[in-house]
Ligand binder design. Structure first.
Ligand SMILES: [Zn+2]
Length: 376
């Protein structure tokens, strides 16, 4: 580690990564020495590339088996309710699974590559915290009825961001349903009375749900994902949920799951009524907007022929999630390709400005990035 100041002065943030790497090798990985040159060449030439991550699985009492069945994945735990694809939530940070950065965690990469990875204005706004969490949710039973706090309340109570989220429904069984908002504007008093009487569910707006449906869930909006729905969720980097009704279910120890009806009182927006599906108009071989808010922009990109796209105006990383078909990706002057199968996610660093897509037949990608006030 004696070389650390030297490397940092000479090579800046890349020197830091190089020093860390050499230190790791020195400590435990002497068999990796032949790879040092390749690694150093990549670091020095700033050869960032589309990153894939190892999924972080979460077992839940309502979890199912669709990640194995629909995505053909192996090694998924039983009752897996969530697969976190890109995450910087503490204890569940994503780790790179491809290329020379394999084994590095997302928080380390943001610290080292900063604007080159996330975009300069995104880095100025969000600092070292990667701002988005992308996950798949597989509900084989109803999820609890819940609400998330906004930034102000979450920072004050939990010292973390609040949670704005959006859903893209990938699979819905017959009669599958979601809850989005109350079914009429109610007062705080009516809500408290309903909690006391155990009939919160009578106040909820229940919606039939089908594949391809899109929902935007602002903080304060009461919501629930129903049995038989598998969806993709894009949200702020936050894991704060207030559970307000859980169908009186018991966990594996026979205990009722904890409710947060009191905490939810300050978070709930009692005017969030009849939250509807987002209307959108898919385009052939071009992307179409699904949701746009200050935390994220989500588009759907449907393609059935090779497409080249430049992104000079987007000062942000772009996340692609394949929700149908499959696709190869080439970038900048590179001739290497990264493959995205259905159910896979890649993070394209902000430094990459040109992408070439090679779909296998009809393919649908979700495209997620951030438009901060400075980079519109
Ligand atoms: Zn939620």
């Amino acid at each position: 580690m004696i070389l650390l100041p030297f490397f940092i002065v000479l090579f800046g943030k890349k020197g830091l990564l190089l020093t860390r790497f050499l230190f790791a090798i020195d400590c435990k990985c002497t068999n990796l020495v032949p790879n040092i040159k390749i690694f150093c060449d990549n670091i020095m030439s700033n050869n960032l590339y589309p990153l894939k991550f190892t999924p972080v699985y979460k077992t839940k009492i309502w979890g199912g088996n669709k990640f194995e069945k629909i995505f053909n994945r192996h090694g998924v735990p039983a009752h897996c309710g969530e697969s976190w694809e890109v995450s910087d939530v503490k204890q569940s940070v994503s780790v790179v699974s491809n290329g020379f950065l394999k084994g590095n965690s997302l928080d380390e990469l943001v610290e080292i590559y900063m604007g080159d990875l996330v975009g300069d204005s995104v880095y100025e706004t969000f600092g070292n915290l990667f701002p988005l969490l992308v996950k798949f949710i597989d509900a084989s039973d109803d999820l609890s009825v819940q609400v998330h706090p906004d930034d102000e309340l979450a920072w004050a109570r939990h010292n973390c961001p609040g949670k704005t989220e959006m859903w893209y429904v990938m699979h819905a069984e017959e009669n599958a349903k979601l809850v989005g908002g109350f079914n009429r504007a109610i007062t705080k008093e009516e809500y408290v009375a309903a909690v006391d009487n155990g009939n919160v569910h009578s106040l909820l707006n229940v919606i039939d749900v089908y594949e391809g449906d899109v929902f935007f869930v602002p903080p304060g909006c009461v919501h629930a994902i129903g049995k038989g729905v598998m969806l993709l969720e894009v949200q702020q980097t936050s894991d704060i949920t207030y559970r307000i009704f859980d169908y009186n279910r018991r966990d594996e120890n026979g205990e009722l799951r904890e409710l947060h009806t009191k905490e939810a009182l300050d978070a709930l927006d009692f005017d969030c009524v009849n939250n509807k599906k987002q209307e959108y108009h898919p385009k052939n071989n071009a992307s179409a907007n699904l949701v746009n808010c200050k935390y994220f922009t989500t588009n759907i990109f449907e393609l059935d022929m090779p497409i080249e796209r430049d992104f000079p105006e987007i000062d942000s990383f772009i996340i692609y999630i394949c929700v149908e078909g499959g696709c190869d990706l080439e970038w900048d002057d590179n001739k290497d390709r990264v493959h995205i199968a259905c159910g896979e996610t890649v993070l394209v660093p902000a430094a990459i400005k040109n992408l070439r897509f090679f779909p296998e037949g009809s393919t649908k990608l979700l495209e997620v990035y951030i438009q901060t006030e400075n980079n519109n």
